[in-house]
Ligand binder design. Sequence first.
Ligand code: ZN
Length: 468
Amino acid sequence: MIERYDVLLRNGTVVDPASGLHEIRDIALRDGKVAEVAPTIAGEARREHDLAGLVVMPGIVDMHVHLSPFLGGGCGHRMLARAGVTTALDMAGPIEGVVDLTARHGCGLSIACVNYLRPEHTIASADPGRDDIDDALTHALSQGAIGLKLLGGHYPLTADATAHAIEAAAGQGAYLAFHAGTQSAGSNIEGMREACELSAGHPLHLAHINSYCRGQIRDAVSEGEEALALLAAHPHIRSESYLAPFNGVSGECVDGVPGSRLAAFGLERGGYPATSEGMAEAILAGWALVNLEREGVVDLVGGPEGLAAWRACGSNIGISFRANPPEPRLRLVTATRGDGRYAVDALATDGGGIPRNDIVARGLALVHLDALSLEGFVRKASLHPARILGLHDKGHLGIGADADITVLDLERRRPVLTYAHGQRLLDGDDVVGSGGRLITTPMGEAAVRAAGLDTLVIQPGTMLKSPQ
Ligand SMILES: [Zn+2]
């Protein structure tokens, strides 16, 4: 009897570090799962792809993206799909907006979300009490988020409230991500040092390590080395870094000044006053680039077009500065410890609706330079982030794993085909996937289902474990 599959991926070079595989293999997909991996698979499928000359890896998991309504979330799904990503963690929320945009604009990806603690949005003040934090966490989980995000660099809380939030999430086994910075330390290497202390041994995802190494306190290279030493000394902290030169902040000005501290810093660094007039000048000169939606994606735009867009939104639009010096970016992605494990767990982008979805484009550039092995790339772009999110059926291509696949053209440094849960998302240059699946906890299942989305349920307490 002839075996029948949904999809057959033939002749690709399969790179799956979890099983030690780096060989030409056929892979068969059925019912959303990997059904067979073998040198040759005799069988039939509704769809076959000949992937000779291409690399087949478990689907890319970007553990730091933005799919919020205020950060290009409607476009972000398409931008992620184009970039070869199959699973992503939204790092702001609000969860209701992320769920709504996934239902309306989803391209078939699996999405998780951590909901921000932002004064006057999800909590009353910058110094909320423990009860306020517990209420915000319960609300986030009940709406489908997997935990909380502390936006310290943008909207810092007091150090006490920050520590309480980390403790509260740990108490419920929820995810806790932190963009370092409080009212007592900036979003820089000092803030990172403080974040390590405030975590007090509790599980924590410390976001975009490269962003604390911009030369704000000392030179960027020695800040990068201190960041590596801090991670080595705090092995309970999970981490990612990204490779793009651009940051992403809110361009919103209230009462004539930027609401975000990082926006103010970006202006001052370029020699512009930290005022709304300074912001307008910086956009016109191309120092500040507006995250502008056009033709279904977000681009970075300065000059008169960027300025007009910023004004048309009443200043409430994303802005990017060329804030990240190259040396720490490269060092943090490639650094290993004495035992060969990666110092920073994952390669992420801080992309999604912010146009820097470059895991493949920039990550494979490091593979070309021999700075990262292909196995190392797959570990950092898929296996480790999947494990950190508690997604044990993702990040590898064992039999029974989720049928999440990214196919790479190494020469062009581009994804050319992706599948997620057996559904084709990207084929050539075309995004063909639709819908979405929200990664949630049992507490959020009902709300997500009510919004018309499929769920992938993970258990509290299974996230933020060491992936290596
Ligand atoms: Zn971010």
